[in-house]
Write a new protein. Structure first.
Length: 276
């Protein structure tokens, strides 16, 4: 008597899922490697400064750590963090809210997209640093100027990604919905929008860095607080420790924001093998 054989229908697509313990161990291993890499780089930096080159040019991790502790102890860091994170977050949110419907419209009306495409790419290619003085002139040195600078960095990423995402929607699925007499609003909610979710999340991950760049550029031109302003002031005082401290905080903010988006992506796109 032969052993029963599982049919293909009983095996989930992509083969049997990985054991949770294996996945957990793999994640822990990755974090340990990351921590080891960071520690190794910091030790090399600490040892090299003052021995192989003048520490004036790059400071030391120990000095940067002391400066961070002083900023947290005095509470000054929160004032700068609040300004930069608020500017970048609002710019990213506005870019997503404005860029997504524009991208949908350009994907739907191909003729109009062909007409405006050179202008969109021309505006996208404009260096924002050159436009920063105009943003200050139009919006002043208030929060709005930095938000609009971040918005201008992010909105085109959403427009281009959403447009391309909709163009890759499975036409057979759309035709199937139409044969079932599904209204356009239903097709949009059940087919189009789910198909562009990965593109939206990719835009968010790209937009995090760009929105921070926009906020910092705005602060470099005109501000009285923020991480960009702190870096500019420290550079003007030849305080390399302050410069690297501000840059480190900016890098940590970007890393934390990207990790949050990654966790959201795992929850939203849990059905994709790449996100399991």
């Amino acid at each position: 008597m032969t052993e029963p054989v599982a049919s293909d229908e009983m095996i989930p697509p992509g083969g049997p899922g990985p054991d949770k313990a294996v996945v957990s161990g793999r994640g822990l291993s990755i974090w340990l490697w990351r921590a080891g890499l960071i520690v190794a780089l910091l030790l090399i930096w600490e040892f090299s400064a003052g021995r192989f080159y003048n520490e004036f040019w790059s400071s030391r991790p120990s000095l940067i750590g002391q400066r961070l502790l002083a900023l947290f102890a005095s509470g000054e860091i929160w004032r700068h963090l609040d300004a930069t994170v608020s500017e970048a977050s609002l710019g990213l949110l506005l870019g997503a809210l404005a860029g997504t419907p524009i991208g949908i419209a350009l994907a739907k009306y191909r003729r109009a997209a062909e007409i405006v495409d050179p202008f969109v790419m021309g505006l996208y290619g404009l260096p924002r640093v050159a436009l920063a003085p105009m943003f200050i002139l139009w919006f002043g040195i208030s929060l709005l100027a930095k938000v609009m600078m971040s918005f201008s960095m992010v909105v085109f990423v959403f427009i281009l990604n959403v447009t391309e995402g909709i163009r890759t929607v499975d036409p057979d699925m759309v035709d199937l919905m139409r044969t079932m007499r599904a209204p356009k609003s239903y097709i949009l909610r059940k087919v189009t929008i789910p198909s562009i979710v990965p593109w939206l999340l990719a835009s968010l991950r790209i937009g995090v860095g760009l929105s921070l760049v926009g906020a910092v550029v705005g602060e470099l031109i005109g501000a009285n607080r923020g991480l960009g302003w702190y870096v500019l002031r420290a550079g003007g005082q030849l305080d390399t420790t302050g410069v690297f401290t501000g840059l480190l905080v900016l890098m940590l903010v970007a890393m934390i924001a990207n990790q949050i988006i990654f966790l959201i992506e795992r929850q939203v796109l849990h059905w994709r093998p790449a996100t399991r």
